[in-house]
Design a protein around this ligand. Structure first.
Ligand code: PMT
Length: 399
């Protein structure tokens, strides 16, 4: 949502990675931003203006004297910009920006902007590591601009090392973080997500439908808001959110061990994971064979540890503990009981079973119930939005 109706300036300089700016532009537009592209003369040798004009639905600025209708176009653009990203940024443009030189449309506009700026250097490794380039990047960083470290890998010049422009999704993600207010700065957040898996034998297990989407959305939102996030997750098919420390586990016992290990340093603990309540008492070390003439198989199960309850017993007054509850009936009553039983500060209760909320869906609908008995409904919306509203409420209650 952060890019919705925001004015973004996308600066492109003359590097081979200029083609990646096309995808970055597409991502920004898809997220609702109004993007104006500013290209240096050299950038136009790598990708044509038309591509950017068509995709941005705005004229590309590259010649300050071309459009005589608006004499101070670069100032207009600079004043209405909510953010600037320069991707790729060459050593030449970085040097000019650090020195305050204004000799083309991009460098001139950049002298007039007051909004957040992200610079994405991309060049040969030796050039990138050159002391002058590093000094110029330091100057820009000290001036308050955001420098995105380049990736390492094989470069266009066939050398291997740092200097590759990060992938567009990553630049987009870091821009999102740059524009997000850092109201969780200095806070450590411990989150559990996904299902647990309890072995029956080496090839079979008991688990549930949790995809990890809700827990990962909370982790992503918390990181963007400035928190130091540790995410303990069961097996899921999701990329680790940028900047989040992920610990992968399988069983309830493994999740309990990791959550308790990191509990002491956490300010906020959010248990989104769907943990198995029971596990086979005696998981077999070899595959259980099908027996002829037996059409039934009984598994002896034992209760798993209730991790949330354990944390509730151990937590200090300063720590804020949030549980999630997946209910198929009596949502409020059952969730409220869990607050008392597990010593929670808040519980997010989902009525599961519908296609558009709870397990696996991209959206969720939850009722937040607080220790004091008050509650707040979060209507059906994307799990990322639910995550942010959940964090708003946590911060509100912690004040
Ligand atoms: O992962 P998704 O596909 O996005 O789905 C999201 C979700 C539906 C899994 C999530 O929104 C959710 O509701 N998570 C909690 C699911 C659950 O296990 O609910 P519960 O009522 O069984 O457990 C209540 C709380 O106790 C949970 O915070 C759970 O993590 C915790 N618990 C439960 C059992 C146990 N042995 N240890 C626990 O810590």
């Amino acid at each position: 949502m952060i890019f919705e109706n925001k004015h973004i300036l996308l600066g492109i300089t003359g590097g081979i990675a200029a083609y990646k700016a096309v995808e970055l532009l597409r991502l920004l537009k898809k997220a609702g931003a109004d993007v104006t592209v500013i290209m240096t003369e050299n950038a136009k040798k790598f990708v044509g203006i038309t591509t950017f004009e068509v995709l941005s639905e705005n004229p590309v600025l590259s010649d300050l004297y071309f459009d005589t209708n608006t004499s101070v176009k670069h100032i207009d653009l600079a004043q209405k910009a909510d953010a600037v990203v320069i991707a790729p940024a060459t050593a030449n443009t970085i040097a000019k920006l650090a020195a305050g030189i204004a000799d083309n449309a991009l460098t001139t506009t950049l002298l007039a902007v007051t909004c957040p700026v992200m610079v994405c250097p991309s060049m040969n490794t030796d050039m990138y590591q050159n002391i002058r380039v590093q000094r110029n990047l330091d100057i820009l960083e000290k001036d308050g601009w955001h420098i995105l470290d380049p990736d390492s890998g094989v470069l266009a010049c066939k050398t291997t090392g740092a200097g590759r422009l990060p992938e567009p999704w990553f630049i987009f993600d870091r821009m999102e973080a740059m524009l997000t207010r850092k109201d969780l700065k200095g806070k450590r957040v411990l989150i559990s997500a996904g299902p647990t898996v309890e072995a029956i034998d080496p090839v079979r297990f008991i688990s549930n439908h949790s995809s990890g989407k809700m827990g990962f959305a909370v982790a992503k939102a918390a990181e963007k808001r400035g928190a130091d996030v540790t995410l303990v997750s069961g097996p899921v098919h999701l990329e680790t959110p940028v900047g989040v420390t992920r610990i992968s586990i399988e069983s309830c016992d493994e999740m309990a061990a990791q959550m308790l290990l990191h509990l002491g340093e956490a300010d906020i603990i959010i248990k989104v994971a769907a943990v198995a309540d029971y596990r086979p008492i005696d998981p077999k070390s070899s595959k259980i064979k099908k027996k002829d003439g037996h059409n039934e198989l009984t598994l002896d199960m034992v209760e798993t540890q209730d991790i949330l309850k354990l944390i509730g017993e151990k937590k200090t007054k300063k720590q804020f503990l949030v549980g999630f509850a997946a209910e198929t009936e009596d949502l409020e009553k059952n969730a409220a009981l869990k607050i008392k039983k597990k010593n929670l500060d808040m519980i997010a209760a989902n009525l599961v079973g519908a296609e558009d909320s709870g397990f696996k869906a991209d959206t969720n609908k939850v009722k937040l119930i607080f220790r004091d008995g008050s509650s707040s409904d979060i209507p059906l919306m994307k799990k990322e939005q639910v995550a942010n509203i959940l964090i708003d409420h946590i911060l509100d209650k912690m004040r």
